[in-house]
Structures are given as C-alpha cells and as structure tokens.
Design a protein around this ligand. Structure first.
Ligand SMILES: Cc1cc2nc3c(=O)[nH]c(=O)nc-3n(C[C@H](O)[C@H](O)[C@H](O)COP(=O)(O)O)c2cc1C
Length: 342
C-alpha cells in the first residue's frame, strides 16, 4: 500500500479534523485551495464496528478529496480493526486515531485525549488498526495532559495530600506517547500544541512540538510531524515551522470563512509574500462551497453550509443584514442573489 505521506513535498499543509466542519464538501474546497491532505471529522470506531447507518454516512468520499484520511475515535481496541478495514475498503488513503479530543462526549467516556493517560491502551488501539489495514496510520495528540483528573482527587473537598498534588501536576506528554510507540510504524503525527487543561486558547507549546520532531526524526525519519494550533495567517504557519522544525502544519479554525488560507500559506512559505483575497474571489469561493455542499448532501448540505456563510461575511460592513439572509438559504440561487449585495 502506498504511503502517500512520503510523497508530499514539505511543507505539508493539512486540513486538521474538525467535527461538524470537515465534511466532504469542505474537504474538496480545501483541496481546491491547496491543502496537501485532508482529514475527516472524527468517526466512531464503535459505530463502524456495529454498522451504524449514521456512522457509515461519514465514510462517503469524493475522488477530488484524495489524499484523504479517516479519523477514528473510540476507546475499545477490539472495535478498531474492523473500523480500519472498512475505511480501507471505501478508498481512504490513511487512517488517523484521535488521542486529542477534549469534548465531554468523547473524553468524558475515556476516549480522545484522556486515552493519553493510558499509554498501553493507546498502543493496543494502534496495533488493532495496524492489524485491520495496510494503510498508513497517523495519530493526533495534544502536547500534554495531567496524569490525574484533579476533580476526582478533590471530590469530597477534604483537601489534597502532597503526593496527590504531585500526581495531579505530573503530565503525560506527546513526547512520552511517541517514546512509548517507538517501534510502531507510524506514518505521521499531528500534534496540537495545547494541553487538555487549556484546550483551545493560548500560544501552542512550540518547545514540546520541537522535542517531538527531534525525537521522532531520530527513530523514524519518515514519520511526518505536523504542528497544529493557532494558525490564523501565513505568518503563523512560518513561525510554527521555524520554531519547531515540523514537516508541516495543520490548519483548523483559521479556515473559518477563509479556506483560501491554504493558497496564501503555500505562497508565503515559498516566496515570502501573499495577497489578501479580493471580493470577487471570495464570492467565487462561496459559490463553489455552495455547489459542493449541494452536490454532497442536497438541501441538507445547504443547511449545514449556513454557518460557513456567516463566517465568510464576518467583518464586512453590511454583515448584519447579510447574516439575516444567509441563515435562510435553501438553494444555490438564494446564495447568488445574496452575493450581489456583497
Ligand atoms: C469545531 C471543532 C471540531 C473539532 N473536531 C476535532 C475532531 O473531530 N478530531 C480532532 O482530532 N480534533 C478536532 N478538533 C481540534 C482541531 O483539529 C485542532 O486541533 C484545534 O482546533 C487547534 O487548532 P486551531 O487553533 O488552528 O483551531 C476540533 C476543533 C474544533 C474547533
């Protein structure tokens, strides 16, 4: 099986997985604007294991998306082999495992980032995926998580012994994770440089990402390390690469209303400059997004598109009036009519 990761010329620009955002239409759009690889929303390994109709819907991909990676989440190693096999059968190019999600519905049940507290379990999950597929396997990690859930220790309000306090403050890091998996053939690791405790805000932990790059290059130089967190403009991508030595970056919320950020990052990283997108080009992007969303899921695709439409006009002088119309779009012609006022 071809490892597509080693065919991409660095710097690799990846669309990071985002539940509710990185559906097929958005993945195609990001590929159009230069994403080198795109990730799905997280897909439940349990759901695939039990052939859940709703979960199987997430496996629909368009040929314009390749290379496309299916991201699996779950906590039962035995469910992952079949899930991985299904992803391979439907034509994904790679499989990613979610060890970074802090959302209650995932982490609250022992999945996502909380798995980092149990490295042997993480290993079993990776091994199960390896047993189910020959596709290249990647992992998505956070920079760190405290080894104990502080709320569990504090429960009862009787204070915390010094030993426990020490345990709470002990961290399991992305580097610990990579060291524990050193003999496994990982094709890539995307490291979100923020901890579980500070999930989405603040500067990424560049030092931790750098340590991971240095370590992983020493043991498995082919494994691509992708830095993620806080990339809102091309200068942020450059900073991440320069400070850490990563092979590429993962873009996430910076793409809200700006899928062309991929094109700008490529230009800036290559030639040191980029230009802002003109209104005419923004209109083209919105229309293309609309057409892709409609092609993928018909009218429902346009309902899901509405949040993106609001992001596209955010900051425009007449944004308020535009938003009032955009939240109601039901057809491509509705979108075209509104675009005349932008
Ligand atoms: C709405 C939303 C959904 C997300 N869903 C996922 C997911 O399904 N799997 C995952 O590994 N990370 C998920 N993430 C985390 C992102 O991939 C990324 O790591 C994070 O947003 C940090 O990057 P940023 O600062 O550039 O946004 C999600 C983030 C957001 C904002």
């Amino acid at each position: 099986m071809v490892n597509f990761w080693i065919k991409i010329k660095p710097p690799i620009l990846a669309l990071a997985p985002m539940a509710g955002i990185t559906d097929s239409a958005f993945r195609q759009l990001c590929r159009h604007y230069g994403a080198d690889v795109v990730y799905t929303e997280m897909i439940s390994a349990d759901g695939l294991y039990y052939d859940s109709k709703k979960t199987l819907e997430f496996l629909k991909i368009d040929k314009k998306e390749h290379p496309v990676v299916a991201q699996l989440f779950g906590k039962h190693p035995e469910k992952f082999s079949k899930a991985a096999r299904l992803c391979e059968q439907v034509g994904f190019d790679g499989i990613d495992i979610n060890f970074g999600c802090p959302a209650k519905k995932v982490a609250g049940h022992g999945g996502g980032v909380t798995l980092m507290r149990d490295l042997p379990k993480c290993r079993q999950i990776i091994e199960a995926v390896l047993a189910g597929t020959k596709l290249p396997i990647s992992v998505k990690l956070r920079s760190s998580i405290n080894s104990l859930l502080s709320s569990r220790v504090r429960r009862g309000g009787r204070g915390i012994s010094e030993n426990k306090e020490e345990e709470i403050n002990k961290k399991i890091t992305a580097l610990d994770f990579l060291k524990f998996m050193k003999d496994l053939p990982l094709a890539a690791a995307m490291i979100h440089g923020r901890s579980y405790e500070k999930p989405f805000e603040g500067e990424p932990d560049y030092e931790m990402i750098k340590k991971c790059v240095q370590y992983q290059k020493g043991i498995n130089p082919q494994c691509a390390i992708i830095g993620n967190g806080g990339i809102k403009k091309p200068e942020d991508a450059k900073k991440m690469i320069e400070l850490t030595g990563v092979d590429g970056v993962g873009l996430a919320r910076g793409l809200y209303g700006r899928p062309w950020l991929f094109e700008q990052c490529h230009k800036y990283l290559k030639a040191g400059k980029y230009s802002e997108f003109a209104v005419a080009d923004i209109k083209k992007a919105i229309l293309l997004h609309g057409r892709l969303a409609f092609a993928a899921k018909k009218k429902h695709g346009l309902v899901e598109l509405r949040k993106h439409l609001l992001w596209y006009v955010s900051g425009r002088p007449n944004a308020k009036a535009l938003r009032a119309q955009l939240v109601r779009v039901e057809s491509i012609s509705d979108i075209k009519k509104i675009l005349k006022n932008i």
